[in-house]
Design a binder for this molecule. Sequence first.
Ligand SMILES: [Ca+2]
Ligand SMILES: [Ca+2]
Ligand SMILES: [Ca+2]
Ligand SMILES: [Zn+2]
Length: 308
Amino acid sequence: MMNCRKLSLSAIFFAGALVACGEDTSSTQQPVSTNSTTGHGQSKADRGCATRTPDAAEVERVNNEVAKGKPGGGGGGGTVVTGGTVDVYAHVINTGSTRSQGNIPDSMIADQIRVLNDAYAPWGWQFRLVSTDRTTNAAWYTVTPGTSAETQMKNALRQGTADDLNMYFANIGDGLLGWATFPNSYASKPKDDGVVILSESLPGGAAAPYDLGDTATHEVGHWMGLYHTFQGGCSKTGDQVADTPAERSATFGCPAPGSQDSCTGTRYPGTDPTENFMDYTDDGCMFEFTSGQDARMDAMFSTYRYGK
Ligand SMILES: [Ca+2]
Ligand SMILES: [Ca+2]
Ligand SMILES: [Ca+2]
Ligand SMILES: [Zn+2]
């Protein structure tokens, strides 16, 4: 199930184009000519992350596997890691050699890695760029989740194993900023593993207010095993992390930290974690993971990625 939302995407040349984003990716999508012809100049109305929302059965299965220590995981047999350096394979998709054709420079990718490292360093994780390849392909350039373009792109370009991060940078369609796969999906779909990121969301890109590189921070959070802070709304388990207060729904924009409380009463202490990287706020307004999230990342990485 896609966690999809309709986004109003305004672009310089096609102001106000409304692009529908739905589970059915086969028929009704309009060509995303806004993105593919401009690249620059688009501004995003709302953060759009198309990482799928796991259903209750998957959440429970994952919790059980992590608790029991699947082979290589915590609790049972294998190594438990609390941090490490992840090799990163960067894949730039463009429609030509110029920046306006999506051929973002190496400096933006280096800056992106730096933003990731700043966010994850307090929790023991670092990212090291080991290679960057560049591919000119108009269909992949406007890739959306669940499409043949995605499958072809990833089958052609993915490198490494379960504990290596593949990042695809493109002018992705549907007004989305990015999407990611979860650690527990690797075993059945290894080639699908990785994160797809809107190129202009990288530091210095044109997708303000999502232009500081925290789209990648957020999507890599999913890749490390985190759910949205608002998953499950005002439910006790929500994102499966105890120290992120429950949140009724995604928060956009830039509320002052502590200023919003959507799940109230004694069952739901704490204000909404709108400053958390796994909410939907502007890049400049999300700035932390919690120790509970770190524990989940460590456990998920140990169970499903480390040495796999
Ligand atoms: Ca850690
Ligand atoms: Ca929580
Ligand atoms: Ca609360
Ligand atoms: Zn997300």
